[in-house]
Design a binder for this molecule. Structure first.
Ligand code: SF4
Length: 463
């Protein structure tokens, strides 16, 4: 049983360590994926996975369309109102599902399924229903009560009766984008979404039997103040979602064009951002939410909390997740899959994705097959990000290495983090402290063999 220290907020430490870094939804991160990785490498990974015992599957389905741009958005998405565009996309997506389904055979139950985007509910009920039926024809979907079939919902894009229809298709979890309930903040980011619309949807999802509801918030948005965000947090807490993700807004207009429409002078300064983070932690933990790590909170009875205690939590492209043993198949433009020790990403441009599928090829654009060093480091980084502790002996035994010898340089570098109070280096374990939990990626970065020079900002900041 892994009992983590409760998170504590240390403003001075955060100020000192607030620097750009990866979120480690994978290791190596997507920046390291290689363009010379292709369909043959992917097929070899599928074959190796079959030989290793063909574990159950997790599917990720990407729907890239949105009807209007939220200015803070850093996702890969296509703004359109054209239903024909969606039809053209669905045609190709279904063909890719056929190709991938044929590779995995019929015996591998889909225990997890996630529809993300963009806005999956850009598709209407008939389109979504047709897509689910197609998936069921090519992969063994299940109706077992413990399945995790989730869909991201933009409350502005659906009617209140949508959850009942989605439940009938097999979905039993949803995550709703909220960001902030304050009307002025909503206008400043071009996402006007009345509170009542979101609350009615949550109620309707509960009546339809959705077992898990997750909400996304963002702090650091234009015009946000602690007073305004406190009202949003109070409203969210009263709605009692099972999980909450509270992301830090990363203003990088040089990388994400829509962010250019956010007025820099409207953004909260560093001290206000810190106050917003402190407020979030204080309010959510007082309301009984458990801090999982990296922006994620969950109610104590949630599977994420259980998995963290039992040491089975994993980090993947959706954030934190259970069932690390599943292979993850990515479907749709830009989606990323993980088969055994291989990551593979589909084409990022729609025209490239269409051209590959039309030619009967898997639309894989890049990826990486992990070598030994990647696998050791991934295990260490996963443990730090998921369980806030690394058992040096366990890693040593698992990989046949002398941990202290293998990570001599890293252990030396960790000493300064130890004297700053982020980690404790014991005989057997490296443990992130209560104050270090908000800076866990800074600890993980010590073990990252690929980090670019600190001057090149390709990642968001820690806070
Ligand atoms: S935040 Fe979500 S709904 Fe808004 S543009 Fe980005 S992907 Fe679309």
């Amino acid at each position: 049983m892994n009992i983590l220290p409760a998170v504590s907020f240390d403003a001075d430490l955060i100020r000192r360590y607030d620097r750009p870094g990866p979120r480690y939804t994978s290791y190596p991160t997507a920046v390291q994926f290689r363009p010379d990785f292709g369909a043959d490498d992917y097929l070899a990974a599928v074959e190796a996975s079959r030989e290793a015992g063909a574990q159950p599957l997790s599917l990720y389905v990407h729907i890239p369309f949105c009807t209007s741009p939220c200015f803070y958005c850093a996702c890969s998405r296509i703004i359109t109102r054209s239903r024909e565009k969606a039809e053209r996309y669905l045609e190709r997506l279904k063909r890719e599902i056929e190709m991938q389904g044929a590779l995995f055979g019929g015996g591998r139950t889909v225990e997890q399924l996630h529809f993300g985007g963009g806005t999956p509910t850009f598709l209407d009920a008939d389109q979504l229903g047709g897509l689910m039926e197609h998936l069921a024809r090519h992969f063994p979907l299940t109706n077992a009560p413990d399945r995790e079939y989730s869909i991201e919902i933009d409350p502005r894009s659906v009617e209140t009766d949508a959850p009942a229809r989605l439940a009938a298709m097999g979905f039993n979890r949803m995550s709703l984008g909220v960001q902030d309930f304050d009307p002025e903040v909503q206008r400043a980011v071009n996402r006007v979404q009345p509170v009542t619309q979101t609350l009615r949807l949550i109620e309707s999802a509960r009546s339809a039997g959705f077992g898990s509801i997750s909400l996304d918030l963002i702090y650091g948005l234009p015009l946000q103040t602690p007073e305004r965000f406190a009202r949003t947090l109070d409203t969210v807490i009263a709605a009692c979602p099972d999980r909450l993700s509270v992301y830090a807004y990363a203003h990088m207009p040089h990388l994400f064009k829509p962010q250019k429409r956010i007025r820099a002078e409207d953004l909260p300064g560093p001290e206000t951002r810190l106050a917003l983070l402190a407020l979030t932690i204080e309010k959510l933990t007082s309301a009984g939410y458990v801090y999982i790590g990296m922006d994620h909170f969950a109610l104590p009875q949630d599977e994420l909390v259980r998995a963290q205690r039992e040491g089975t939590l994993q980090r993947n492209f959706q954030g934190y997740s259970t069932r690390a043993y599943c292979d993850l198949v990515g479907l749709g433009v830009t989606s990323i899959g993980r088969i055994g020790d291989v990551y593979a990403q589909n084409c990022k441009k729609l025209e490239d994705y269409y051209a590959a599928v039309d030619a009967g090829r898997l639309p894989i654009q890049r990826g990486i097959a992990l070598d030994f060093d990647d696998r050791v480091r991934r295990a260490v980084i996963q443990e730090l990000m998921c369980h806030a502790v690394v058992d040096r002996d366990a890693i040593g035994t698992r990989f046949g290495i002398d941990f202290d010898d293998y990570f001599r340089t890293e252990l030396e570098r960790l000493r300064s983090l130890e004297s700053d109070g982020l980690v404790e280096i014991g005989e057997r374990q490296i443990a992130i402290t209560a104050a270090g939990r908000l800076l866990m990626r800074n600890v993980a970065m010590v073990f990252d063999a690929y980090l670019p020079p600190p001057t090149a900002q390709v990642h968001s900041r820690a806070i």
